[in-house]
Write a protein that binds this ligand. Structure first.
Ligand SMILES: NC(=O)C1=CN([C@@H]2O[C@H](COP(=O)(O)OP(=O)(O)OC[C@H]3O[C@@H](n4cnc5c(N)ncnc54)[C@H](OP(=O)(O)O)[C@@H]3O)[C@@H](O)[C@H]2O)C=CC1
Ligand SMILES: O=C(O)[C@H](O)COP(=O)(O)O
Length: 496
């Protein structure tokens, strides 16, 4: 059970503590933030509402802990990460339970998220040992006018304090995808978890605590992003921000100082289906892509652009698969579960009403109970409808029928997002040409968009982000290059 057994010390009364200086603490604010269960719509948990003074202390501790950590041998950092990964996997049950209650993620997917996170940490430790153990050696005589009198040694060194802010939909996985790379590279880490998902994150942080990381190296500050977010992101003690979420990331990018930013933001992932596509393959990927975790994935298929001649057949296949999706509670492992909040359900409903007014074809009856929205396919969506451009982050899939592939590519590229996209065709040559023409960070050929496997590069262009994630890229992003040049008194050439 959440907050019990090995996790008993992280809760006091009915409020979960925050984590600073290697201890679980109550905030001096005397205030807490409620976490509402999306299914019951009642308060499930409470977390501390941390103060600015507490943030200042955490930043100071992070700075001094980092100085010692950067001097800890790389293999020892890796060893501790492996230990944390094992503890996290061992305690997957209570963490998954928190995910079910806080973000209504289906029970099995919640367990998968925790296990995947353990694997991500272990892989990060291994990758870090490989890539951080290597540097570069340059000699001067390759540049015109120089003789071989200078040896340049370059290596990767830590940035300092990394601030990690993950979103609600993968609170544990998208937290460790920042924590692991930051720590292996010799940085310290301050985590601001999403409010929905904070309790799962606190449990995950306790696994790092149990692994024995030094005091102050990892901290977890809880509180509403709207209240404490600006103070954190503009804090002078922060040397790097790794953020995943919505438009908030655009605002943070404008306010943050001259520090490296890793931003993974929203998407409107387009799925282009050609007339020669395997329609069964396309339909199953579209349904999985659009409706997994009720569409609350940045990589969800958020618009289908299908060639007219196969549109009827594709929509029929999609609809017959949608009819088989189970709708209900995350505890029952239903395919479709309540969306994260009432305001999110209202937003999705707004997009659906707009499409209705403007003449979209409803393939299923629109149904909503509380935060639970039944899966819905909207056919004959037109560019004047909001759903053609906006990200619903819910179980609704717009289908736009296009006359040509060019029209499909044009719609994809007219979006202000550019996260992922996919194309279904049996012709690999066409797939490559279309993939290259789609202005997105990744294009999947004959499969739905996906971030994983977690070591693949993952990035968005335009409003979908800055930089690239994925284990290797994140480690590199959380380091800077240091060079030492050895100046020799006379040219020297080694003989064989
Ligand atoms: N490209 C990608 O990899 C992914 C993108 N996303 C995108 O994220 C969105 C959904 O996630 P959601 O959690 O609602 O996104 P939000 O942008 O609302 O929140 C993300 C995180 O930012 C925090 N936050 C809120 N306000 C501030 C602030 N002023 N300063 C600093 N931090 C702040 C939130 O805390 P709090 O919860 O307390 O408000 C949360 O931890 C979608 O648009 C989705 O596409 C999601 C997953 C992956
Ligand atoms: O937050 C998201 O939506 C994830 O980054 C998507 O991850 P997935 O493609 O592995 O589900």
């Amino acid at each position: 059970m959440a907050g019990a057994g090995a996790f008993a010390e992280i809760i006091e009364g009915d409020v979960f503590n925050y984590y600073a200086d290697g201890e679980w603490k109550k905030s001096s604010s005397g205030k807490s933030v409620s976490i509402v269960n999306p299914t019951t719509r009642k308060t499930q948990y409470k977390v501390q509402a941390c103060t600015q003074e507490e943030v200042n202390k955490v930043m100071e501790a992070a700075k001094s802990a980092q100085r010692l950590w950067a001097k800890t041998p790389l293999w020892k950092r890796a060893e501790l990460l492996h230990k944390a990964a094992a503890i996290l996997k061992e305690h997957r049950a209570p963490i998954a339970e928190a995910l079910v209650k806080e973000i209504a993620k289906p029970a099995k997917d919640s367990v998968t998220e925790v296990v995947r996170s353990g694997d991500l940490i272990s892989y990060t430790a291994e990758e870090g040992v490989r890539i951080l153990g290597e540097g570069k050696f340059l000699v001067s005589d390759s540049f015109p006018g120089n003789e071989r009198t200078k040896y340049c040694l370059s290596s990767k060194i830590p940035l300092g304090v990394v601030l990690a802010i993950p979103p609600f939909n993968y609170p544990v996985n998208l937290a460790v995808s920042k924590i692991g790379p930051a720590l292996i590279a010799g940085n310290s880490l301050v985590l601001k978890p999403p409010t929905q998902g904070a309790v799962a994150c606190l449990h995950m942080v306790h696994c790092f605590h149990l692994a024995g990381f030094p005091k102050g190296l990892i901290s977890c500050i809880t509180g509403k992003g709207s209240e404490i977010g600006d103070f954190l992101t503009m804090h002078p003690g922060v040397n790097c921000i790794s953020f995943t979420g919505g438009d908030t990331g655009i605002a943070i990018s404008k306010k943050a100082g001259m520090i490296p930013l890793q931003m993974e933001l929203g998407g409107k992932d387009a799925c282009i289906v050609l007339d020669d596509a395997d329609l069964d393959l396309a339909a199953s990927n579209i349904v999985k892509g659009a409706f997994s975790y009720s569409g609350q994935r940045c990589t969800a298929v958020k618009i289908v652009l299908v060639i007219d001649s196969v549109a009827d057949a594709l929509v029929e296949k999609v609809n017959s698969k949608v009819a088989k999706l189970t709708v209900g509670s995350p505890e029952d492992d239903s395919d479709i579960t309540p969306v994260v909040s009432e305001s999110s359900a209202n937003f999705i409903e707004g997009l659906i009403s707009d499409a209705k007014q403007k003449g979209a074809t409803f393939c299923q009856e629109y149904r909503r109970e509380g935060n639970l929205i039944w899966p819905l396919v909207l056919d004959h969506v037109k560019p004047e409808m909001r759903i053609a451009w906006e990200e619903p982050f819910g179980p609704v899939l717009p289908v736009v029928r296009v006359a040509t592939v060019e029209e499909g590519i044009h719609h994809c590229n007219a979006s202000n997002f550019g996260l992922q996209g996919c194309v279904f065709t049996k012709d690999i040559n066409k797939a490559i040409l279309i993939g290259d023409a789609m202005e997105t960070g990744t294009v999947q050929i004959n499969s739905a968009p996906a971030r994983g496997p977690d070591h693949f590069p993952f990035q968005g262009i335009k409003d979908s982000g800055i930089g690239s994630q994925g284990i290797t890229n994140s480690i590199n992003m959380m380091t800077k290059v240091k060079t030492t040049v050895i100046n020799l008194p006379s040219p020297t050439y080694a003989m064989g």
